[in-house]
Design a protein around this ligand. Structure first.
Ligand SMILES: Nc1ncnc2c1ncn2[C@@H]1O[C@H](COP(=O)(O)OP(=O)(O)OP(=O)(O)O)[C@@H](O)[C@H]1O
Length: 247
């Protein structure tokens, strides 16, 4: 797991800064000039109705997509348009709504395959930490196909931890999982944020958002329409319009 010192803020540079990014798909504007930055150890919730641009924003930050305009900076380094593997090695790592594991490999090999360092002892230590934190040590020799959907989400979270991340993007990580697994995930986020890791989380589960997020940004039609703490957002008219539609 990363140490607090290795995730220390570079002076003047937030861990993650997204600056006026935009992405179009043909005639559709999926993300329309979004700016967002997050501090070390902060958990920022990204919410909004279906199709509002949340996943596209994650893809722009993590390298799955290249923005048509704008910049993504990681601790001040311009990583805009870098390939996913290079961005992951630099420190932004993400999970997907549907876990993307190597299904015919064991949990152990799935974790070790995500290691970024050539030092195998450190990689094994990091794996042991992840297995213990996520309470999946007992399935370490199981194939990914033998796991429940919730356990697969835990392994995907573990794979992110193997990459020594500074910023973790979680895409609906607790959707559809058993309450016990949800608690394990919440505990892991709390533990990792204390080491200085920054989180951006896409969530539809408002209880989770209320429990874990320091700040929320609300997206609608590719733009940020509101920003603030849970109470502020819950009472914001733009947010109600976004979720309930316009008259
Ligand atoms: N690869 C693509 N090609 C064409 N249009 C796309 C593509 N990806 C996303 N879109 C469109 O961009 C808009 C934003 O989609 P996006 O998936 O980012 O929204 P979202 O907020 O993550 O939605 P959800 O909550 O349903 O996952 C939608 O209109 C979607 O149809």
């Amino acid at each position: 797991m990363s140490s607090a010192s290795s995730n220390a803020k570079s002076p003047g540079h937030p861990p993650l800064a997204i600056e006026s990014v935009a992405k179009h798909f043909g005639g559709i504007t999926a993300v329309d000039g979004v700016s967002l930055s997050a501090d070390a150890g902060e958990v920022v919730g990204v919410i909004g109705p279906n199709g509002s641009g949340k996943s596209t924003l994650f893809n722009l930050a993590a390298g799955g997509l290249k923005p048509d305009a704008g910049k993504v900076r990681l601790q001040g380094i311009d990583v805009t348009g870098w390939p996913t593997w290079k961005i992951a090695r630099t420190g932004i790592s993400r999970t997907f709504q549907i876990p993307s594991l190597f299904i015919n490999m064991t949990v152990r090999d799935n974790l070790l395959a995500a290691a970024v360092e050539g030092d195998w002892q450190r990689a094994r230590d990091r794996m042991e930490d992840a297995l213990e934190m996520l309470e999946i040590s007992h399935v370490v020799d199981n194939l990914a196909t033998e796991l429940s959907g919730g356990q697969q989400k835990l392994v995907e979270f573990g794979r992110v931890c193997m990459r020594d991340p500074k910023v973790i993007l979680l895409d609906e990580v607790t959707a559809g999982v058993h309450p016990n697994i949800r608690q394990i995930i919440l505990g892991a986020i709390q533990r990792l944020r204390k080491t200085g890791i920054t989180f951006l989380v896409i969530e539809h589960d408002m209880e989770m958002v209320k429990e874990i997020c320091d700040r929320l940004v609300v997206m609608d039609q590719g733009k940020i329409v509101a920003e603030g703490d849970f109470e502020t957002i819950a009472n914001d008219t733009n947010v109600r319009k976004a979720y309930l539609g316009r008259t």
